[in-house]
Design a protein around this ligand. Structure first.
Ligand code: GLV
Ligand code: MN
Ligand code: MN
Length: 417
């Protein structure tokens, strides 16, 4: 693959349309699902789709689909999403990077342009998706949109999830989400998500995913006794901050012992006063491991040690699973075919979660990674060069060309025709 200056220029121009949306002074992004910034990105999606004559459908779960249909096939023409699915998400973690999510959507539209410029006619539709609330930064459950679409979460439970201001998803949508749409999922033949690499494993511009580590989020609530910082004897305290601090250290130690990952990146302290012993501390444990058993063992060990410690501190601790994802192995044949198509791109696993992981339980799914020179993600320093992003567009176009040219699957009969 060689760098194409016109494509680099086009990428830079389109990317610049998004770069001011939801950007904080530190250079990070605040693009929570259905926030004004994320809604602006959704509007941008509709404009891009309209420019390309791609009808947009909302699946009732907040996921958007823009469709390029082969008009020669009457049965498949029109607005119905289907065929080869590609895309990603717009939402970010608090002060996240620019690329995690939007790169996959921008690249999808530009890949469609590239194929059209070449006069390529897909045999089956190509659908560009913007999935909702992938990071779970607003409502706490990762990949919420794709989970709803595939029936991995109950829509009533999802509707009742609340954000930090107590606003529920049902309030935001003005309705209970539609939930599982098996007839829609069945119309897709494959999903390919392009994503910025979230590490520094790539020597070349492009990689292909093999697997996603199992991972999850556990909220832990520690209750103690609020009291005066100056007058309460050290021996009389029931300080939940101590139990919290111990839990953070235990998570780090247990993860290291297992070659796993554990992070506590969010905490809420009540009442959060300098001169008061807290009454309660709430933390969130993000834990990930190479296999389900190791992950379960890690979380169990942390909970056990934290509970013992709470006994010594005179506090109480309770763990609640908010979002869990089992091990994902992407279709190995598809991954090796795509790697071959892309000139022997490396195939590598990731510790990051993606909608592709949720969808992989329902259809052949693959991911392409674009090199990230800093290796940083979920932080402002996340990066990818324009030239590598242009290579990503070319790689995605090549993959879509291949997949959308294969014999059509008859969705009524379930057979190739
Ligand atoms: C999503 O990016 C995650 O891995 O948490
Ligand atoms: Mn992310
Ligand atoms: Mn992402």
């Amino acid at each position: 693959m060689s760098t194409d200056p016109a494509l680099v220029h086009t990428f830079r121009e389109v990317w610049a349309e998004l770069s001011g949306i939801g950007r904080a002074p530190d250079g990070g992004y605040l693009r929570f699902a259905w926030s004004p910034a994320e809604v602006a990105l959704r509007d941008w999606f509709r404009v891009q789709a309209a420019r390309r004559g791609m009808p947009v459908t909302d699946d009732g779960n907040g996921n958007l689909f823009a469709v390029w249909s082969p008009t020669s096939d009457e049965r498949l023409s029109g607005a119905a999403p289907g065929g080869v699915l590609t895309g990603s998400h717009f939402d970010s973690v608090p002060h996240g990077g620019a690329f995690d999510g939007p790169l996959g959507i921008v690249s999808a539209f530009l890949a469609v342009d590239l194929l059209r410029e070449r006069g390529f006619q897909p045999t089956r539709p190509i659908t560009v998706a913007a999935f909702a609330e992938e990071e779970g930064s607003r409502f706490g459950v990762a990949c919420l949109g794709s989970r709803l679409l595939t029936g991995a979460i109950d829509p009533q439970r999802a509707a009742a999830l609340t954000d930090r201001d107590g606003i529920s998803l049902g309030d935001v949508l003005g309705a209970t989400p539609a939930g599982a749409r098996p007839e829609l999922v069945a119309r897709f033949d494959a999903y390919v998500e392009l994503h910025v690499e979230q590490g520094r494993a790539l020597a070349g511009p492009i990689g292909v995913a093999s697997a996603i580590w199992p991972h999850g989020r556990w909220r832990f609530d520690v209750e103690g006794e609020g009291n005066h910082a100056g007058t309460t004897l050290m021996t009389d305290r029931r300080d939940p901050m101590l139990t919290y601090a111990f839990t953070v250290l235990a998570a780090n130690k247990e993860a290291r012992l297992r070659g796993a990952h554990a992070t506590v990146g969010r905490v809420e302290v009540t009442p959060n006063a300098t001169n008061a012993i807290p009454a309660a501390v709430r933390g969130w444990l993000d834990a990930r491991a190479a296999d389900d058993e190791t992950l379960a063992g890690l979380v169990e060990a942390v909970a056990k040690k934290a509970t013992e410690r709470a006994g010594r501190d005179g506090t109480a601790i309770r763990f609640t699973a908010e979002s869990t994802t089992g091990e994902v192995r992407f279709d190995p044949t598809l991954a090796s075919n795509l790697a071959g198509l892309l000139g022997g791109a490396p195939i590598l696993p990731t510790g990051a979660g993606h909608d592709a992981g949720v969808l992989s339980a329902h259809l052949p799914t693959a991911m392409l990674f674009v090199r990230n020179p800093t290796g940083v993600s979920h932080a402002p320093a996340e990066s990818a060069s324009d030239a590598d992003c242009a290579e990503g567009v070319k790689a995605l176009a090549r993959v879509l060309e291949e997949l959308s040219a294969q014999p059509l699957v008859d969705h009524d009969e379930g057979v190739a025709r």
